[in-house]
Design a binder for this molecule. Structure first.
Ligand code: SAH
Length: 368
């Protein structure tokens, strides 16, 4: 214990020297929970109501700086400028697809880039949010994996994708749905993702309904078990194959957490009334698109409250894999439907700007 403390002190000493003129040591309001904001307010001898007031400005009013906090007295705004920060992602590119899908390229403070995709649906928008710069999972079909893992995003960087996108919208309230399905594996960045989700669904935070927020995972079993206890957001699982051999070929994570462990973890995942787990299944010609594959999928998922999203593979350069022809996709769907599954063929939006599933690369800008 003593040794630990001493080590910590050493670390802190190093950091303090650094802190003198380092912005990153200031309290980052967008990355703090309600309890942390309340503690910060108390430390600075401010009245308790300031915590919720600050969070209102940050998450609901989406201010760009402390000066915009018009009901906060000037003295407090000066204190905030000195001791806190309102970091925001730098939008360096925005591309709009023929179908209205918008892809944002954001630069992080250290120069890494991430992508966020705004998808128009009937009457509302869905935002596809990234959780890591790059990804370590190395799925065969995914472009993000090809660039390798850069780093985890902070909870502020995850939340800020929503804040910055909303700031650019004519009617920000029409962005009602979020999917953590962009770059990265959210459950490999568990703590930051959970903290971001809590600020996203908190009534005094961004106030999204947990029913309209979905986290998609490649299947990290221990974290799936934790997630069910920690939050009520929807769960999606990228399945992509119904037997161990094919799944391990497509998704190396299956060698660590095979289907034989994943499926029981999903069976014990707590689901609110009428809620289902979404299974994403990319259809790849000649690999996982046969009638036999569909029947294996039926048998694998038979004891789960499952709905299945069939995603014809989105191609990218040098992949060497193809989507099946339309009649094969329909036949695959037919087998699932005949066995009483809800199975939807997802037309990927934003293909012309490489904004579709598996096409996010963090741009060509890379590191500065
Ligand atoms: N790591 C998380 C979220 C990021 S991947 C996960 O695995 O779920 C988001 C979705 O894009 C996954 O369902 C994945 O299977 C899908 N995807 C990846 N590459 C794709 C491609 N080339 N075509 C279609 N979907 C793809």
């Amino acid at each position: 214990m003593l040794i630990n403390l001493m080590n910590r002190r050493d670390d802190l000493c190093g950091l303090c020297a650094f802190a003198v003129n380092n912005e990153s040591m200031k309290a980052d309001l967008k990355g703090m929970s309600l309890a942390e904001t309340q503690a910060w307010v108390e430390e600075n001898e401010l009245p308790a109501y300031r915590a919720r007031q600050l969070r209102h400005w940050v998450f609901k009013a989406r201010v760009g700086g402390f000066d915009e906090m018009t009901n906060v007295p000037k003295g407090l705004r000066a204190l905030l400028a000195e001791k806190a920060r309102l970091k925001h992602l730098e939008e360096i590119k925005k591309e709009i697809s023929r179908d209205g899908t918008t892809k944002y390229l954001f630069r992080l403070e250290d120069g890494h880039c991430i992508e966020t995709v705004l998808i128009p649906e009937r009457g509302h928008f869905t935002l596809c949010v990234s959780s890591q710069a790059g990804c370590a999972m190395n799925c065969l079909f995914c472009l993000t994996g090809k660039q390798g893992f850069k780093r985890n995003l902070t909870s502020a960087e995850i939340v800020d994708q929503v804040v910055q996108t909303r700031r650019g919208m004519d009617d920000p309230e029409r962005l009602t749905n979020l999917v953590l399905m962009g770059m990265g594996e959210p459950l490999a960045n568990y703590d930051a993702v959970l903290k971001a989700l809590n600020n996203i669904i908190a009534e005094e935070g961004m106030n999204f309904s947990h029913r309209t927020v979905t986290l998609s995972t490649c299947g990290l079993v221990p974290q799936i078990r934790r997630l069910g206890k920690d939050t009520k957001v929807n769960l999606a699982v990228s399945l992509n194959a119904a037997d161990e051999e094919t799944r391990s070929y497509l998704m190396p994570v299956n060698r660590t957490y095979p289907l034989v462990e994943l499926i029981p973890a999903l069976q014990s995942f707590p689901l609110p009334n009428k809620r289902m787990i979404t299974f994403e299944y990319i259809l790849i010609k000649g690999i996982n698109d046969g009638d036999e594959d569909a029947r294996k999928l039926v048998s694998l998922l038979k004891r789960l409250r499952a709905k299945i999203n069939l995603i014809p593979l989105n191609p990218h350069l040098g992949l060497g894999l193809e989507a099946p022809p339309p009649e094969r996709i329909l036949q695959f769907q037919e087998i699932l439907v005949r066995n009483h599954f809800t199975a939807i063929i997802r037309k990927s939006k934003g293909q012309d700007i490489s904004a579709a599933c598996g096409q996010l690369s963090g741009g060509t800008a890379g590191r500065r």
